[in-house]
Write a protein that binds this ligand. Structure first.
Ligand code: MG
Length: 393
């Protein structure tokens, strides 16, 4: 194989993606900050050995102009897509004016998560095997496969040992692919199937299962995650802090548990310093501001309020916004009383308010080593962190 044979790529972006129910074709759907098509182009641009990349869109595509000026340098845009994928590929191969004997990697715009390394592996595998007309990235079928009848009753379990899921890129000689895609295309669903029907030998090269085709809305979430879009990371962390004075004549309530002591915490509500810190942590994780915004101390409605009810309300609000508590870790800082014996009851109480298992609440107590106001028993402090996860609404 000559080193001088050029290797080019054609990215097919002429589809309409009706399954996504979007107002525009799916290749323009945003994954993180950028539309899918830009991610796909950048991934192919990162493949070192490509001499040329063209993107084929429909001649009537009104959206391409919004992003065409953001194409990486050297990537060419061809407005010659057809009704069917095969037509778009043939039109593109001809319009691109690629060398006839060049190798072309046809790639699907809806596979933005392809990695340059797996494309390199495909190129190596095809160039090093003179017995094949080309090759494709594919992944072994992991699921058990059933063949069914018209009523969706299982007819048989299909042995899957020799079954693979075809992906893209698919790599062939330009002139051979044009010829293959110019014949009868009944039953042809990818470039390889057109080559197969001409009796050509096509090699399977194992790619990564992360090279997904974005077809359904859930695929877009997965693709965004794979592309490192932090906005779709399904976790949020929140931090909370609170302090209250210790005074005579008030009950001491911590984590919703009444603790016998000669002093109690002073405040507008029941002054449960631990629950206030945890409430702020939940608010922080859910991006809902702080406790004062939801329960202003100037509002008489909250005078003497049970802080457990306030926390439960905030947990409900966070859930409404799509966030659920995973776990909570908190620290109470006080000289006295001894908090340790009350920790199990407090953990159970907090877990119930947060709607999680007791295992997922961890409370700690420290003294302030007699330093400062807390050390002089003038007040108590609490710190909390809460992790939340996205839930389906
Ligand atoms: Mg407070």
């Amino acid at each position: 194989m000559s080193d001088k044979t050029s290797i080019v790529s054609l990215i097919c972006a002429a589809g309409v993606g009706s399954r996504m129910k979007l107002d525009r074709p799916k290749q323009y759907m945003k994954l993180g900050a950028d539309p899918m098509l830009l991610h796909t182009i950048r991934a192919m641009k990162d493949v070192e050995r490509l001499d040329d990349i063209v993107v084929v869109v429909s001649p009537t595509d009104p959206y391409i102009d919004e992003i065409a000026d953001r194409f990486p340098e050297g990537v060419r845009l061809l407005r010659c897509g057809g009704k069917e994928r095969a037509e778009s590929v043939v039109n593109g191969l001809i319009a691109a004016n690629f060398p006839r004997d060049a190798w072309v990697l046809v790639h699907d715009a809806a596979r933005p998560c392809v990695r340059p390394a797996e494309v390199g592996k495909l190129i190596d595998a095809v160039l090093s095997d003179e017995t094949v007309a080309g090759g494709i990235l594919a992944a072994p079928v992991a699921d058990t496969i059933k063949r069914v009848d018209a009523n969706r009753r299982i007819l048989e379990t299909v042995p899957r040992g020799d079954l693979w899921r075809a992906a893209t890129p698919q790599m062939f000689r330009v002139h051979e692919l044009i010829e293959a895609l110019s014949g009868n295309l009944t039953g042809v669903t990818d470039e390889a199937s057109a080559m197969e029907r001409l009796g050509k030998s096509v090699k399977i090269v194992q790619g990564r299962t992360t090279n997904i085709k974005v077809t359904e809305p859930a695929d877009a979430v997965l693709a965004s995650l794979l592309l490192g879009d932090t906005a779709v990371v399904p976790f949020r962390v929140g931090q909370g802090y609170d302090s209250h004075r210790l005074v005579e004549g008030r009950p001491l309530i911590l984590g919703g548990v009444h603790i016998p002591f000669e002093l109690g915490l002073d405040g507008h509500s029941d002054a449960d310093v631990l629950l206030h810190a945890i409430t702020d942590a939940v608010l922080g994780a859910a991006g809902l501001g702080d406790i004062g915004r939801h329960f202003p101390p100037t509002d008489m409605k909250w005078k003497g309020a049970d802080s457990g009810k306030l926390l439960a309300e905030i947990v409900r609000l966070a859930r409404e916004k799509g966030w659920q508590v995973v776990n909570c870790d908190a620290t109470i800082i006080t000289e006295r009383p001894k908090i340790g014996p009350h920790v199990p009851a407090m953990e159970a109480s907090v877990a119930k308010l947060l709607g999680v298992d007791e295992e997922l609440v961890n409370l700690k107590a420290k003294t302030n080593e007699k330093m400062d106001a807390v050390g002089r028993l003038e007040g108590m402090m609490a710190h909390a962190v809460v992790l939340m996860t996205r839930v389906e609404r």
